[in-house]
Design a protein around this ligand. Structure first.
Ligand code: PAF
Length: 282
């Protein structure tokens, strides 16, 4: 696996592959890789011949009181994992390479509506930071296909909308959430959990499944289902940001004719803010 910290080198290598007719698949990450990320590389294999992964903890997507400084950084382990997963090129830029004029004053991409709901309400500016860095990475790597985890369902929706609206020539592919044996979605933030909290955390997916089963069994009282899900998690000791039944495409409340549903939740256990979702068709 090749590694580089510079935009110029990424462009040079990708241009050479493209000149040979090879399709380039891109997996953007913030590092601290786990089996979920490795599965994104696995999914990438179905879409091209060359695989690029980025490792960049993007300051623009963290709020002032969030965990940017403490976000786990494990570059050597990440390098080994990407090499073992068959990645061709790892791009690990520093902040100045991505934001040469500083992140504060950098041009930004806003995707209205879909960025403002759910996590957008609780993390103002977060999706602007995500959309901006992903657009920059797309401009740097110029991939044919980019792979994102379905665990971050709203992030995927924002990126899809940005890609459509800006006519970016990249196909966005969502890859299934990878779970621990007890159902907890894999996430770098799981390591913030104490042993007791780790025991509790699978309740998130259990409640999502319970809610989806109620809807699939015929219940349409989404308000009740949302309140029950939030209450169960709250009583277990989570601080629930939201537990919401939404239209998969718009992330707004489902209409009478909505068929594709998503139930999404974000809930905190002390330092860890965990998100998860379940999707299904009626
Ligand atoms: O999901 C992530 O790891 C990040 O939000 C992403 C897409 C790499 C942008 O920084």
């Amino acid at each position: 696996m090749l590694t580089t910290t510079t935009i110029a080198e990424v462009r040079r290598l990708v241009a050479a592959w493209r000149a040979r007719g090879e399709r380039v698949v891109f997996v953007p990450t913030m590092g601290n890789l786990h089996a979920g990320h490795v599965s994104l590389l696995g999914a990438a294999k179905q879409h091209g011949e060359r695989f690029v992964a980025s490792i960049f903890v993007n300051p623009m997507q963290f709020g002032p009181n969030e965990d940017f400084n403490h976000y786990p950084r494990t570059p050597q382990r990440d390098t080994d994992m990407l090499a073992a997963a068959g990645c061709d090129l790892m791009f690990m830029p520093d902040v100045a390479e991505i934001y040469p004029h500083g992140a504060e004053l950098a041009a930004r991409i806003e995707v209205p509506g879909i960025s403002a709901v759910l996590c957008g309400e609780f993390r103002p500016g977060h999706f602007q930071g995500v959309a901006t860095v992903v657009a920059k990475l797309f401009n740097i790597v110029a991939p044919d296909v980019a792979i994102f985890g379905l665990k971050d369902f709203q992030q995927l929706a924002v990126i899809q909308r940005m890609t459509d609206d800006l006519c970016l020539p990249v196909r966005i592919v969502g890859a299934p959430t990878v779970r621990e044996a007890d159902g907890l979605a894999m996430s770098s933030r799981n390591q913030y959990l104490s042993a007791d909290e780790r025991q509790m955390a699978p309740a998130i997916y259990r409640e999502l499944k319970r809610a989806s089963e109620r809807i699939q069994a015929g219940s349409r009282d989404f308000g009740r289902i949302e309140a029950d899900g939030a209450q169960v998690l709250d009583e277990l000791g989570f601080r629930v940001d939201y537990f919401a039944v939404r239209d998969q495409l718009t992330l707004y409340a489902p209409g009478h004719d909505t068929r594709a549903l998503a139930i999404l939740t974000a809930a905190r256990l002390s330092r860890a803010r965990l998100i998860d979702n379940i999707t299904f068709e009626l």
